[in-house]
Design a protein around this ligand. Structure first.
Ligand code: CTP
Length: 407
């Protein structure tokens, strides 16, 4: 079991951090909450103790026999500060140790994540931006705040990122601590990432369609991972079964033809394109305008024609500096066959990276985890297994490696 320390500083968004304690508990992590003294104005000790099931202190001299200011940081597998106020980040950047949380930040050697939340003016102030840059240069992951409604009538950048997004990022860091380097460096800053996600639906008539089992979770995880690494992201979303993440431009589509149009339009602006959507290979020739009726006991003949291969088309018109990632859903007998099928598909489609999944017996679709191989034009097959967000980061690592080689 991993131990997550949840630091809470004095912002109104502290009440949202309560949801994080529950989300971490549901993911099987132990949570120790360390609020700053001022944050107790928003959420009190009793709430944190009840939710985490552990004693909660704010000061170094409380329960001194436990030497909490050293123990908590040393035992942590991850420290997440949510919300992180301008004041807390200023104290952390200066290396101050004037309460228990800032002591913990000095003793922790695990990944540290700050989720800032404050008014837009405070976030954009040069002092805050300087402190954020200082923390990032030390390997601390400082996430961008969400954009939207703030306290009172204002809106702008400064919202705490959604607890589900924070929990997913934190859990992927617990799974793979080396990720904090890419997240702290924000290695996709200034890059545009285009992701297709979900499964297309081909209408047979106004009420029926031919579809597939893709939930869109993998594509959504890729969008979320790219945002966390500083990219601007467009998500072409086909019938998602999960909410799309905040801070991405979402283009909703349904059929393969609509998806193809949206991808063609968005592709020229993209540095990295990931085709995670499960696109129908065949669509009805002529969808019926009225509902298809039974005709006695006659069987129904459907004539289907092939849809355009979007991935191959994008590869055909790609600029030399674009990296294109495809997916392959294969029903393979084992790893060797999966690698062979995926390698052949990567060569056929012409993309630099192909992510090969074994979907025998419905595995992968709709699941929170994924396993398979990343097949890159310039590296040996790389096996992966883990949460879709952790896998998304591995896929982006492969794309970044190709980009860097070409730059
Ligand atoms: N794809 C696409 N356009 C299609 C079908 C698939 O862009 N009309 C993309 C998918 O998004 C995925 C990749 O191609 O990134 C491979 O999809 P997959 O269904 O595994 O392969 P197919 O192209 O259908 O090839 P085959 O039928 O030979 O398995």
């Amino acid at each position: 079991m991993s131990r997550i320390v949840l630091g809470v500083s004095a912002g109104i968004a502290a009440y949202k951090a309560a949801a994080l304690v529950r989300l971490f508990g549901e993911s099987g992590h132990e949570v120790e909450v360390v609020p700053t003294p001022a944050s107790l104005n928003f959420v009190g000790v009793a709430t944190w103790e009840a939710l985490s099931g552990r004693p909660v202190h704010t000061e170094v001299f409380a329960d001194a026999a436990q030497v909490n200011h050293v123990r908590i940081g040393r035992e942590a597998d991850l420290v997440l500060v949510a919300p992180a106020t301008a004041d807390l980040m200023a104290r952390a950047a200066a290396g101050l140790a004037d309460d228990l949380l800032t002591n913990v930040l000095l003793t922790a050697r695990c990944p540290v994540v700050f989720a800032p939340a404050m008014h837009t003016e405070m976030w954009l102030h040069p002092a805050t931006q300087h402190n954020v840059a200082t923390l990032r240069s030390r390997g601390v992951v400082v996430l961008d705040p969400g954009v939207g409604r703030l306290t009172g009538p204002d809106s702008g950048p400064g919202r705490l990122p959604e607890p589900e997004d924070l929990a997913a990022t934190a859990c992927s860091l617990v799974e793979n601590p080396t990720l904090s380097t890419a997240l702290a460096a924000r290695d996709l800053t200034g890059r545009h990432v285009l992701v297709s996600a979900g499964g297309t639906r081909e209408a047979l008539d106004p009420v029926r369609f031919l579809g597939n089992s893709s939930s869109g979770r993998m594509g959504v995880a890729l969008a979320r991972a790219a945002v966390a690494r500083g990219a601007s992201v467009t998500l072409v979303a086909a019938n998602l079964a999960v909410p799309s993440p905040a801070a991405v431009e979402v283009v909703d589509v349904s059929s393969a033809a609509e998806l193809a149009d949206a991808m063609r339009q968005a592709a020229p602006a993209a540095d990295v394109i990931v085709m995670a959507a499960a696109v129908a290979d065949f669509a009805p020739d002529h969808p019926q305008q009225a509902k298809i009726k039974k005709d006695g006991d006659q069987p129904l003949d459907l004539k289907l024609t092939q849809t355009p291969d979007v991935l191959a088309e994008l590869v055909g018109s790609a600029r030399s500096d674009q990296v294109i990632v495809g997916f392959a859903a294969e029903t393979a007998a084992g790893p060797d066959e999966l690698i062979a099928l995926g390698t052949a598909k990567r060569a056929r489609k012409g993309c630099q990276v192909l992510v090969a999944n074994n979907v025998s017996a419905g595995a992968v679709f709709g699941a929170a985890t994924n396993q398979g191989y990343i097949l890159s034009q310039s590296a040996p097959p790389q096996q992966f297994s883990g949460s879709k967000l952790a896998v998304a980061h591995e896929i982006l690592d492969a794309a970044v490696a190709i980009r860097e080689r070409e730059d």
